[in-house]
Design a protein around this ligand. Structure first.
Ligand code: AMP
Length: 538
């Protein structure tokens, strides 16, 4: 119809340019050893332009895949923009994956160039002979190049003499911008391809007050790796707003992270629960000034209510629980309390905050039962969560396993949920992790959350083990908290018993030094199930 709005294409270029135009002096900080590397959005812009020229000289063309094997750093941020803004695809590689999965992913994506942090060279050198499509390796280091990789270049040498401005192409918004593979807990990882449009809209949703509420005055530190769902879109959102970004590099211990929050006065950060549990444990024994922190976003696995309460009550830190997946960019739901909930008793508020929240504006959700019928929003009926929206995958990248994961335009998440009458979802479990006991389902997530509320417990996970009579029964693995009174089986069962029916309680509890984790820091239930498949319950 005549007189309609502009058909403006939503791409990453204006996000980068906005930071350069309006916030040229704002800093991007990266921890490098005992010191920090600091530069500004003006530097970021110029170096990204130089990178774009260098990519062209390496022969990178539109829709070519260019991979990164890197920690959270300023150079990784340059790649986040430089690669997509010339129309190529930034493929972030998970540096914690086993070599055979990395080889599979790189060959499947047909990456043309790989950018690698010098500290990760040994990993890449080992797998390089198996890579079929890679033409160049670019090493990100300030030191002279030292590698056995063929066709290797130094990042700094490559960009040094390039012009600091680039005539960015006007890309259609549905151009592919970046890709991540799922962490592959079952079978080979699957590729998810994000578009400029999906990244742009997702970044806006991070900024919504009802999203993560990021503002220009934020000092944002993504602890979630830049290879895990684009660091949850936090770097794109922060650049869009010109917010200060703080990158921990490879320095990921609780002490490093707490030190950075304290010294850089970080206001917003995000990562998986196991990481915050480690930080919580450190805060119990040592004093740090974390008063700058207004919000700590937790997702990737369920945040135990006890953890949310401990941060709030003992350290005045607000934990915001969110749910998402590689396939959902990832922000699908965020748990912010509605105004009318602020009058509820405190305990009730914490109970809601331990849920995963309501759909982010822009995302639609529903839960479906096994017969394909939508389950009621009563907080009780369980169903598989399905979502759709502008930043939800429509298929996997060149993968037949897309079949069966999409239902009439909805993405089937594989997560079992209940939805209450306020619309708050509660993740009960992954379909494959639920314990099936005598025809009834037991949620491992709920048991874990409750056990981690015991003061003597640092980490806990629950798996199903085969049982001759009941088919499956729950077994808990528990890591005791250092410096606390050692927990006993009896004390743990007594602690959680009021919240569960007797038949839902674990049949046994095994105390362990550590729980195996996936490449993105979640409890690795596939590995744990394998380890305990012959475990004989008492
Ligand atoms: P990934 O693609 O590696 O990010 O894994 C996505 C999966 O992590 C989801 O399907 C959920 O099973 C799980 N997940 C993510 N966020 C949460 C959360 N807040 N609570 C419980 N599980 C979560």
């Amino acid at each position: 119809m005549q007189g309609l709005m502009m058909d403006y294409q939503l791409t990453l270029r204006p996000i980068l340019e906005r930071a350069y135009r309006f916030y040229p002096k704002r800093e991007v900080v990266t921890k490098v050893g005992a010191t920090t590397h600091r530069y500004t959005y003006r530097d970021l812009y110029h170096r990204t332009a130089q990178l774009a020229h260098a990519l062209g000289k390496l022969g990178v063309r539109e829709s070519d895949r260019v991979a990164t094997l890197a920690w959270n750093t300023y150079r990784h941020l340059e790649l986040y923009f430089g690669i997509p803004c010339i129309g190529a695809v930034c493929h972030t590689l998970n540096l914690r994956l086993p070599p055979d999965q990395l080889i599979y992913i790189i060959n499947h994506a047909a990456d043309k160039v790989i950018f690698v942090d010098a500290s990760l060279l040994p990993l890449l050198e080992k797998i390089a002979p198996h890579l079929k499509t890679v033409e160049h390796f670019v090493v990100m280091t300030d030191a002279p190049l030292q590698t056995s990789l063929p066709n290797a270049h130094s990042y700094e040498d490559l960009i040094a003499t390039e012009p600091t401005h680039y005539d960015w192409p006007d890309l259609p918004e549905n151009t592919a911008a970046s890709m991540c593979y799922t962490s592959g807990t079952t079978g080979e990882p699957k590729g998810v391809l994000y578009s400029h449009r999906s990244c742009y809209l997702h970044a806006m949703s991070v900024c919504f007050g009802d999203g993560l509420g990021m503002t220009t005055n934020e000092i944002m530190m993504p602890v979630v790796p830049m290879f895990h769902v684009l660091a949850w879109g936090l770097p794109y959102a922060a650049t869009m707003l010109g917010a200060v970004q703080v990158f921990p590099g490879p320095h990921m211990t609780p002490r490093d992270l707490v030190g950075l929050i304290e010294s850089e006065r970080v206001t917003l950060t995000g990562g998986v629960p196991t990481l915050w549990l480690g930080i919580l444990n450190l805060l119990e024994t040592e004093k740090f000034d974390l008063s700058s922190l207004r919000s700590m976003v937790v997702g990737g696995s369920a945040a135990p209510q006890s953890m949310i309460e401990a941060f709030q009550k003992r350290h005045n830190i607000r934990v915001v629980h969110a749910w998402g997946m590689t396939e959902t960019s990832p922000l699908g739901t965020v748990c912010n309390l509605k105004r009318e909930m602020l009058d509820l008793p405190e305990e009730e508020q914490y109970r809601i905050r331990a849920k995963q929240g309501i759909a982010s504006p822009g995302v639609e959700l529903r839960a479906m039962d096994e017969d394909g019928k939508e389950v009621p929003w009563d907080g009780k009926a369980m169903g598989e969560l399905q979502v759709r929206g502008p930043w939800i995958a429509s298929a996997y990248y060149n993968d037949e396993r897309s079949v069966g994961r999409f239902d009439d335009g909805w993405f089937r998440t594989g997560d079992v949920v209940t939805i209450d009458d306020d619309g708050y979802i509660h993740i009960v479990d992954r379909t494959k992790d639920l314990v099936k006991s005598g025809g009834e389902w037991i949620s491992t997530v709920e048991l874990e959350g409750a056990i981690m509320g015991h003061p003597g417990v640092l980490e806990a996970t629950v798996i199903a083990v085969p049982h001759p009579k009941w088919q499956e029964r729950p077994l808990a693995l528990v890591v005791p908290r250092p410096n606390a009174e050692a927990p006993t089986k009896e004390s743990i069962i007594a602690h959680i018993a009021p919240r569960f029916a007797k038949w839902q309680l674990p049949d046994d509890i095994v105390f362990v030094e550590a729980i195996p984790k996936t490449s993105v820091g979640k409890f690795d239930k596939k590995v744990i199930r394998e380890q305990y498949k012959d475990y004989v319950l008492p």
